[in-house]
Design a protein around this ligand. Structure first.
Ligand code: B12
Length: 246
């Protein structure tokens, strides 16, 4: 009889040195709530442009719970004030990473109609209030997170990052823009569904791997380092047109 492969999610062996911290309480959103759990620090701060709703329609709720079930201590920083670093330091220096999402929608689409008029409501903010996240939220959040704690790996994901991962036409500025991985200076961008790649990256970081060495996770995008070459084209690797060509 062949052995059953260990399930990828909720794999106790993969988190041998991380006790399970899962509870039914919402993930902490303030330093007080973090302390109530008896934590002095967290492993992951999940930053989102949406309200924190502990429901699978929201990435912070969904991915936060997946990460939590794997033994990571995770806090949610929902709709922080991006004009300052104060909110980004709320939980102290995260031990493993910052995870950044603009929210369920591209922040420009969230703010403006196709006629470039400011929308009068935001379906992902309490009371439908508009203006609780910046334009191009992924860029603003990454910049502040970096400023708050230089050296902490920053992972991005969600619709805004996923759809802007390559050089692309930007309707709002009527220009071709660089990949958001370049403009945000994030360490790794995860596109599409995040559960598997995110967990793999976090586990490897927690095991001591450098973020700059994590180059082989499917569904991720990174900037080439100064001394890195473009991988050779192969059956699995295709070279896309450069920014200049786009
Ligand atoms: C439900 C829904 C609504 C509901 C929201 C109600 C609610 N409270 O949930 C309602 C009907 C209100 C709505 C409204 C609108 N919506 Co809507 N909506 C959706 C829908 C169908 C599901 C959203 C959802 O539940 N997603 C689940 C979450 C978990 O998915 P996710 O954020 O993508 O997260 C995954 C990955 O992206 C990734 N990930 C996410 N964050 C991160 C972070 C990190 C670090 C990592 C590693 C990974 C990661 O992992 C997650 C899990 O796999 C989506 C389509 C879709 N399938 O996503 C459209 C969608 C978000 N809506 C869209 C649009 C355009 C709108 C409207 C503007 C429509 C309109 N013209 O009015 C309005 C918004 C108006 C406003 N003022 O805000 C677009 C946005 C397009 C874009 N480029 O941003 C989408 C994508 C549909 C589409 N394909 O066009 N919507």
């Amino acid at each position: 009889m062949s052995a059953t492969p260990a399930p990828f999610l909720f794999d106790a062996a993969a988190r041998a040195d991380r006790p399970n911290v899962q509870t039914s309480a919402p993930l902490p959103t303030t330093a007080e709530e973090m302390k109530e759990r008896g934590w002095d620090e967290v492993d992951v701060v999940f930053i989102t442009g949406d309200a924190y709703v502990d429901h699978p329609s929201f990435a912070a709720g969904l991915l936060g719970r997946v990460i939590e079930a794997d033994g990571f201590r995770v806090a949610v920083l929902s709709q922080p004030d991006w004009n300052d670093v104060v909110d980004f330091r709320r939980f102290g220096r995260p031990r493993v990473a910052f995870c950044v999402s603009a929210g369920n929608m591209d922040s420009m689409l969230n703010h403006y109609t196709a006629n470039r008029k400011i929308r009068n409501n935001d379906a992902y903010t309490p009371g439908g209030k508009i203006g609780k996240r910046p334009d191009r939220a992924t860029l603003a959040y990454c910049q502040r997170a970096r400023q708050a704690f230089p050296g902490v790996p920053i992972l991005t994901g969600g619709v805004e990052a996923s759809l802007r991962r390559l050089a692309h036409y930007d309707y709002w500025s009527d220009k071709v823009r660089h990949s958001i991985a370049l403009d945000s200076k994030c360490d790794l961008l995860v596109y599409g569904m995040g559960e598997r790649p995110l967990l793999e990256v976090l586990r490897r970081l927690a095991a001591g791997e450098e973020i700059s060495a994590i180059r082989d996770v499917r569904g991720t995008v990174y900037r080439l380092g100064r001394n890195e070459d473009l991988p050779e084209e192969s059956a699995e690797i295709a070279h896309l047109p450069s920014f200049e060509e786009v």
